[in-house]
Design a protein around this ligand. Structure first.
Ligand code: NAD
Ligand code: ZN
Length: 241
């Protein structure tokens, strides 16, 4: 893997929940985990009524409480080093935890395909609302919080199942995949589309594909190298410089 990274002029990292498990955020697979106990609502259900929105926001806040404060792990720090050295152009992430930015990567280098779960946003005017404010509103009022600017619908700034993918992010991610000569897919089960199609776009355009994940993925047979090992352990060396 180090050789492939050395040979690369411009690499792109594509990350999933597996890079953040060592930080204390469970991925979808862990049995009995927060994601199954407080299952996120799909977009249609969330939009169906103020009660549903209240439920969706409450579940999300419950997950946030259980997960607690988190900070970047060895994988995030390694990728931050690759960005800082100019070797990596972008980090495309399915994660909503904001940990790539927290590891010091400039926000314009991080492409968040599924949004960001560290704050909320008005679906109508885009106004940002903090999660602490959402929590207070849920305690104060029986319904769902409304935007302080336009009275619109407030939702975590994440992309839920059934919600359209953000066009700008998909375009930027596709461009980054077409420009790179090495795609590192890290900690993703590579089953959630269209996000999982991005490593294939890079591969079809001539880039090399490396998959680093704890278990097999459906794209393994397309990869130039598959590493089934712990992400933090494998990437720790890069973080050290
Ligand atoms: P996933 O849960 O489907 O897959 C994560 C993969 O990482 C699994 O294959 C697992 O075996 C592997 N993994 C976990 N810890 C690892 C470790 N320490 N070393 C090596 N491999 C490890 O996650 P996904 O592919 O990202 O897709 C699920 C969706 O869930 C995403 O779209 C994302 O939006 C959302 N999600 C986000 C977070 C987060 O922001 N941290 C957490 C859970 C789910
Ligand atoms: Zn608004």
């Amino acid at each position: 893997m180090i050789e492939l990274i050395d040979q690369s002029q411009q690499l792109v990292a594509f990350t999933g929940a597996g890079i953040s498990t060592e930080c204390g955020i469970p991925d979808f697979r862990s049995p009995g985990g927060v994601w199954s106990r407080f299952k996120p609502l799909d977009f249609q259900t969330f939009m169906s009524s103020p009660q549903a929105r209240r439920e969706g926001l409450s579940r999300f806040l419950q997950i946030r409480r259980e997960v607690g404060n988190v900070s970047p792990g060895r994988g995030h720090r390694a990728l931050a080093a690759l960005i800082a050295s100019g070797k990596a152009s972008h980090i495309i992430t399915q994660n909503i935890d904001g940990l790539h930015q927290a590891s010091g990567v400039s926000p314009d280098r991080v492409i968040e395909l599924h949004g960001n779960g560290t704050y909320a946003k008005c679906l109508d005017c885009g106004q940002r609302h903090e999660l602490d404010w959402v929590e207070d509103e849920l305690e104060r009022n029986p319904g769902a919080p409304a935007c302080i600017r336009c009275n619109g619908i407030v939702k975590t700034a994440t992309i839920s199942f059934g919600q359209p993918m953000p066009e700008d992010e998909m375009m930027r991610a596709t461009a980054a995949c077409l420009d790179c000569d090495l795609l590192l897919a890290i900690g993703s089960s590579l089953v959630v589309y269209p996000a999982a199609g991005l490593p294939l776009i890079a591969k079809q355009n001539g880039a090399r594909l490396v998959i680093l994940n704890g278990e097999a993925t459906p794209l393994d047979d397309r990869a130039d190298l598959v590493v089934n090992d712990d992400i933090g352990d494998v990437l720790a060396g890069f973080a050290a410089g």
